[in-house]
Design a protein around this ligand. Structure first.
Ligand SMILES: NC(=O)c1ccc[n+]([C@@H]2O[C@H](COP(=O)([O-])OP(=O)(O)OC[C@H]3O[C@@H](n4cnc5c(N)ncnc54)[C@H](O)[C@@H]3O)[C@@H](O)[C@H]2O)c1
Length: 254
């Protein structure tokens, strides 16, 4: 019988996989059978997730690198392809985020957000296009956000970047489809992670839950599972899509 949702024999790289959604995604793709390149800035984050994957019986490679420059991203992508002998899946997940009111937006925060959350997605796609086998093709999944399609207070830069990521996703799907590379985005709603702790607020979370048809906040595994589907052959005719994984909050007027 065909194994549905299997990634056996495939090689994936997940950026920003030391925490949060990236970590859950790396663990999930490894559980589906992929060898997973675990990227993050700090070796202690990377080594912990690599160890978790290996302890669960999976295969992982440590990719401790800053992917915010073209050189850093190329080294991460081409390094995994060289070490593992191929690259099938790239998940552009890493982000560095600050929410700032319009008068407070500072050049340094905007530049860092753009480098990690926007430019790195383009450099990742460029490097993956070089690394992915022209016969086998591959797939790229960009982590966007519901902020790509809704406004957020203090989110001018963040919403702009995530809307940009959805545009990149459609353009890359159009250009790379003929090379057998599928490109999609997953757009999560608010998910409790290390990165969102500083902005959490119980009252706001309760309001979000009340407005969410499925009646809860999302969890990192909700996002990991959507990425796993898009990475699998089950999504073999799906490209250029932005999949909102948000419990219905964006499409509902509850
Ligand atoms: N958590 C949410 O509510 C939520 C909602 C919508 C979208 N997202 C998106 O999901 C993705 C993951 O979010 P999260 O909440 O899990 O984030 P997180 O902050 O918990 O984890 C992000 C990881 O990326 C790493 N990272 C940052 N800069 C890096 C760089 N230059 N090179 C390599 N690694 C780097 C960090 O060290 C960290 O481990 C982001 O793209 C974020 O915008 C998150």
């Amino acid at each position: 019988m065909t194994e549905v949702f299997s990634l056996a024999g495939r090689v994936a790289l997940v950026t920003g996989a030391g925490n949060g959604i990236g970590r859950a995604t790396a663990l999930h793709l490894a559980a589906m059978g992929a060898t997973v390149g675990v990227n993050d800035l700090k070796p202690e984050f990377v080594d912990k997730v690599v160890a978790e994957i290996i302890a669960a019986g999976g295969k992982a490679l440590a990719v401790t690198r800053n992917i915010s420059t073209r050189d850093g991203m190329r080294a991460a992508v081409l390094g995994v392809a060289e070490q593992a002998g191929r690259l099938d899946v790239l998940v552009n997940n890493a982000a560095w985020v600050r929410y700032q009111a319009v008068p407070d937006i500072a050049p340094e925060t905007m530049d860092r957000m753009l480098d990690v959350g926007f430019k790195a997605v383009i450099w990742g796609i460029q490097a993956a296009t070089e690394a992915m086998d022209p016969e086998r093709g591959g797939c790229i999944i960009n982590i966007a956000s519901v902020a790509a399609v809704t406004g957020l207070q203090n989110g001018l830069v963040y919403c702009g970047i995530k809307a940009g990521v959805t545009g990149i996703t459609r353009a890359a799907a159009a250009e790379l489809g003929p090379r057998g590379i599928r490109v999609n985005a997953v757009a999560p709603s608010a998910i409790p992670t290390e990165g969102t702790m500083r902005n959490r607020n119980d009252e706001r979370d309760a309001r979000r839950v009340a407005r969410t048809p499925l009646g809860r906040l999302g969890e990192v595994r909700d996002i990991a599972r959507a990425v796993g589907f898009l990475a699998s052959d089950q999504a073999g005719f799906v490209t250029g899509q932005v999949m909102l994984v948000d419990g219905g909050i964006t499409s509902s007027s509850l």
